[in-house]
Design a protein around this ligand. Structure first.
Ligand code: GAP
Length: 548
């Protein structure tokens, strides 16, 4: 049997996500809104569980009295919840106002818009005619798309496609233009019928703009939806320091919505325009910062593994010097091999960045730029700071060493939606299990970690009579007091197991004839399919213990 491609696997994951109420397209009845997604009943539980795991493991459950393995010392953690709209100066000093943009190109013919860095292409020739065929597809979809486009451009029938001569493989359009090996005028756009319809690339700021106040109109009312939660943390660095008795080293954590007007949202929820981030800004002494960077990089890597992501599909990638942001001293990405990517490609789940003192200094002094290896305040044509800082002192006085310094920042920045998508993709399995008559039946199962699973257990009376529902309802109520679970008596027990497998429920408790005789139930394990008899009185404690 032909092995299904990973793209078709992705299609089946998207279809399951919709069919079982994990994720829906936003405003679907009006045709949907590109880049916006809603979480259905199972999805909202999965995402909430993921965020709660993060909050518990990083913040609420953190033991500040001990030194975790790999950490230079013990440390404290505090939480925060900031507004989405902040003072516009925040974004000017952070650099987002000037620098948070992508390059876009428009197609004059199709009126479609593309991210310049997402376009790639290759030269095709046929009977003396030559064209650079551009695609906006990625992964294994890209090459076939160029074939399809070239066939149409040269007016060939399907059986003639082998006559097309291809010169080399796919190369990024931007690289070719920059190297002078091709001109946009010779490029056949992804949705165009003739070459030369792509405009020159231009900058596009990714921040969503809004206006504050009823009489909004002037430039002073312009505000932005935050493109990251991090800046709210820097805004409150001094507040937290002054009110919660934390001392350096300490971290401030926040989970919340961020908004980016992505030019080409794609790959299901991977690149959305509205999404949630889980960010920590960790403040430390400059001389300890390299050790803290390594600690957080490894700590966050291990967190994904602890929740069951397949190690072989994860990659920790240290950025090369040329890839680092102008303020960054070091950055590593934790990446996952999403099924919509080509073999060997990975998509970013989280970035761990050593940001030095860039952020706190920017908000004190004004927007910084790097000159001759130093971060200095950027000046405007009038010689004054281009974007003025707050002027507030955000330095820290270390009582123990009697030193004053601007703390350095290590920032583990994760996306909640990307993590949900990775856990969904990783958990998705298709296998065969014996049905009630012992015949093989194909099943779809989400092997989610029990901490993440939307429902922890299902309680199923074998039949709707002989006192079984009453016993099952009683067990359901006892269990529900401790964990999300459901009662289901509809359909054959095989179908009910299948429904729970698709929802990722780790355990099913079945009440049958024997239950009435000896007060035991069948505990079915979703992954191993092993069924064991457990005294009904022990079920609640046993599952609580397993969840711990
Ligand atoms: N404060 C640093 C920061 O925001 P980032 O790499 O731009 O860094 C951090 O974003 C994480 O946020 C990413 O690793 C990703 O998980 C998530 N993220 C960023 N843009 C996203 C988008 N358009 N859709 C979904 N998640 C996104």
């Amino acid at each position: 049997m032909e092995k299904p491609s990973d793209q078709s696997r992705m299609d089946r994951i998207v279809s399951l996500a919709k069919r079982r109420g994990f994720i829906f397209q936003s405003s679907e009845i009006y045709g949907g809104l590109n880049g916006f997604w809603d979480y259905g009943p199972l999805g909202v539980s999965l995402k909430r569980n993921l965020k709660e795991c993060w909050w518990h493991d990083m913040v609420a459950g953190h033991d500040e009295l001990s030194t975790p393995p790999g950490a230079p010392s013990g440390y404290e953690m505090a939480g925060l919840d900031c507004t989405i709209i902040m003072h516009p100066q925040v974004w000017k000093c952070s650099g987002h106002f000037d620098l948070f943009h992508d390059w876009l190109v428009d197609c004059r013919e199709s009126k479609r818009r593309y991210r310049y860095d997402h376009l790639q292409g290759r030269w095709a020739a046929h009977r003396g005619k030559r064209v650079f065929v551009v695609t906006d597809q990625s992964g294994e979809e890209a090459a076939p798309h160029t074939v399809q486009k070239a066939q149409k451009f040269f007016g060939l029938r399907a059986k003639q496609v082998d006559e097309i001569e291809w010169e080399g493989g796919l190369v990024p359009l931007a690289a070719g233009v920059a190297a002078g090996t091709l001109a946009l005028a010779t490029a056949l756009g992804p949705d165009a019928s003739e070459p030369g319809t792509l405009t020159d690339p231009r900058e596009f700021n990714l921040m969503f703009e809004t206006r504050i106040g009823a009489l909004a109109g002037g430039d002073d009312d312009r505000a932005f939806l935050r493109p990251e939660t991090a800046q709210g943390i820097f805004m409150n660095f001094k507040n937290v320091l002054d009110t919660s008795r934390v001392s350096v080293p300490f971290g401030i954590a926040q989970i919340g919505k961020s908004f980016r007007n992505e030019i080409t949202p794609r790959n299901f929820t991977f690149r959305s325009r509205e999404f949630e981030q889980m960010e920590i800004e960790f403040f430390c002494k400059p001389s300890d910062s390299a050790a803290w960077y390594r600690y957080w990089r490894d700590r966050r890597w291990n967190w994904y593994l602890s929740l069951g992501l397949t190690a072989g599909k994860l990659q920790l990638r240290e950025h090369g010097v040329d890839e680092l942001s102008h303020y960054s001293v070091g950055t590593a990405d934790i990446e996952y091999a999403f099924p919509f990517l080509a073999d060997g490609e990975f998509g970013e789940l989280e970035g761990i960045a050593h940001r030095g003192d860039f952020d706190l200094r920017s908000h004190m002094e004004g927007k910084l730029v790097r000159r001759d290896g130093q971060l200095v305040v950027e000046l405007g044509p009038d010689g004054k700071p281009r974007h003025r800082g707050s002027g507030k002192d955000l330095s820290y006085f270390d009582d123990a060493t009697r030193e004053r310094y601007v703390p350095h920042v290590i920032e583990p920045s994760a996306g909640a939606d990307r993590a949900v998508l990775a856990f969904l993709c990783d958990a998705y399995h298709e296998d065969e299990v014996p049905d009630e008559d012992g015949k093989p039946r194909s099943r779809t199962v989400l092997k989610l970690h029990p901490r993440l699973a939307p429902l922890k257990a299902a309680i199923l009376p074998l039949v709707k009579k002989d006192g079984m529902p009453e016993v099952a309802v009683d067990l359901y109520r006892k269990l529900k007091a401790h964990m999300p679970c459901m009662y289901d008596e509809k359909g054959s027990v095989g179908r009910r197991y299948a429904r729970q497998d698709e929802a990722g429920t780790p355990w099913c408790l079945t009440i049958d004839g024997q239950t009435l005789a000896d007060k035991t139930v069948t505990l079915r394990d979703r992954d191993t399919l092993v069924q064991t008899r457990v005294p009904i009185e022990e079920c609640v404690d046993m599952l609580r213990e397993r969840l711990r």
